[in-house]
Design a protein. Structure first.
Length: 228
């Protein structure tokens, strides 16, 4: 497994040290790393069962009757015990290496997710900068657009009083425009505030009910004071 995971770990370190890789989420081998982690879990289970089997076998060495010479029996039992202990140490060593490899895989997976998150954050920052540029351009051209719209409309009329001078006066539509635009602007601003509060509130319906109850209680108390 170390030979399989080693190239993947080296590839992840190359991606982490490189700053010119685009669409890194499509290049990171998530499936391969998860397969390595899955196989390590299966191997760890097998090694754990082997260790339990060796320990159980070593526990019963010498607990049954033998027919033959005692010297040969003691020698065989000693060799069997040493062999079982050696196998147990090998399984323990493999178990420790698997634990270390599992930690390396976890670190590589965590690093890959951090790299994807970092690239997504950079994309969001670039989009934010683009929106700032668009907003700045809009602010530059907005006054000119507003003035051109007002001048190009029929809100101002001009009349030549004599051969040299012109009289400019307002039409009734000018005041009608402000009577419509100001309430409409206030309505749009209030609607934006309410929408922002509604999307960022944990329980907007409950808060609305509390506000309605407070308003009803306040109006009822004022009515009682007036009647009293």
């Amino acid at each position: 497994m170390n030979n399989v995971f080693g190239p993947l770990e080296h590839l992840m370190l190359e991606y982490a040290n490189s700053k010119n890789i685009r669409k890194i989420s499509s290049k990171i081998p998530f499936a391969a790393m998860h397969n390595c982690a899955k196989h390590i879990i299966h191997i760890a289970e097998a090694i754990e069962s082997c260790i339990m089997l060796v320990e159980a076998t070593a526990q019963y060495v010498g607990n049954h009757e033998h027919v033959g010479r005692p010297m040969a029996r003691d020698f065989v039992q000693k060799q069997l015990w040493e062999t079982l202990q050696y196998r147990r140490s090998l399984f323990r060593s493999s178990q420790l290496r698997l634990g270390s490899l599992q930690k390396r895989i976890d670190n590589a997976i965590t690093l890959s997710f951090h790299l994807v998150t970092q690239q997504d954050s950079m994309v969001m920052i670039q989009d934010s900068n683009s929106m700032k540029v668009i907003a700045a351009i809009t602010m530059i051209f907005l006054p000119t657009t507003g003035v051109a719209t007002i001048i190009g409309s029929q809100l101002f009329l001009s009349k030549q009083s004599d051969g040299e001078t012109w009289d400019v006066f307002l039409t009734p539509l000018f005041w009608t425009m402000w009577w419509i635009s100001i309430p409409l602007t206030i309505f749009v601003v209030l609607l934006a505030i309410v929408w922002h509060w509604w999307t960022h509130s944990e329980s907007p319906a409950g808060e609305v009910m509390q506000v309605v109850k407070r308003a009803a209680t306040f109006s009822a108390s004022n009515r009682n004071k007036i009647e009293g």
